[in-house]
Unconditional design. Structure first.
Length: 259
């Protein structure tokens, strides 16, 4: 759990709302949604359409940083939100300058994702906004849940043939929208690879092309064109508002199978 950042001051007055710099593209989108007035800068990834977890136009409302200690010092935040892989040298430099660093870990389920929203909202002192986003996410999951039908086997196939394991957010999303994770069902963990030959020999019911690699564009995949569809790779990365878009896309794909 992340500690609340806006507890009352010792004299009983409300503490100043914290100013936040985010170095984590997944946190960028959540903080832009629940605490935009506190967000001094987002990660440079959010300016890139290929990696942003929110609209680039929305991201560009905020400054961007590459994550160097020098850039962060110029912004002079109260809190720096980073991923767990923040370089140790950067973390040490920020600590030496007196900045509070909060690292957000990976999320392995929808429950983790909802808790991440609440934690970041709590960090910014925007608990009500956090709960509003949680309600929106939960509503999107309810809307995306199919009628009583047999689950459909789906392969989330990323560039290089990479696939997600069982304990991942996208795998949980598949379950909630009427699919089963084909790769997890074969005992493959996060970061495993499913070669093109295996897909052709034993294809799932649906192939979600979540990348633009050589295998996703191989002519042989044309044999499975009727069960192959595009799935934006950005929908596999983050929680927060991304879940709403991912759930809607998976529901659209699932509904298309019954027409």
């Amino acid at each position: 759990m992340l500690a609340a950042a806006c507890a009352p001051a010792p004299d009983g007055t409300a503490a100043k709302a914290p100013r936040i710099v985010s170095l984590n593209p997944c946190a960028d989108a959540i903080l832009a949604e629940v605490a935009p007035d506190h967000l001094l800068a987002v990660s440079h990834y959010s300016y890139d359409p290929a990696s942003s977890s929110m609209g680039v136009a929305q991201a560009m409302r905020f400054a961007a940083t590459s994550g160097s200690a020098e850039e962060i010092a110029k912004l002079d935040p109260d809190i720096v939100v980073a991923a767990t892989f923040l370089p140790p040298a950067t973390e040490r430099a920020l600590a030496a300058m007196g900045y509070r660093v909060v690292k957000t870990g990976s999320i392995a389920s929808l429950d983790d994702a909802l808790q991440q929203v609440r934690d970041l909202a709590d960090l910014a002192g925007e608990q009500e906004a956090g709960e509003r986003l949680v309600v929106q996410i939960e509503a999107s999951l309810i809307a995306a849940r199919p009628l009583e039908q047999e689950p459909v086997s789906a392969l989330v196939w990323q560039a290089g043939g990479l696939v997600p394991g069982e304990q991942t957010l996208v795998s949980d999303l598949l379950r909630h929208t009427g699919f089963t994770n084909f790769s997890a069902g074969r005992g493959l963990g996060q970061g495993a690879v499913v070669p093109l030959e295996d897909v052709l020999a034993d294809p799932p019911q649906v192939i979600l092309n979540a990348g633009n690699g050589r295998m996703q564009n191989h002519p042989a995949l044309g044999k499975l064109a009727d069960r192959t569809t595009e799935f934006d790779t950005r929908l596999t990365w983050c929680g927060g508002p991304t879940i709403i878009a991912a759930a809607a896309r998976l529901s659209e794909i699932r509904d298309g199978l019954t027409r």
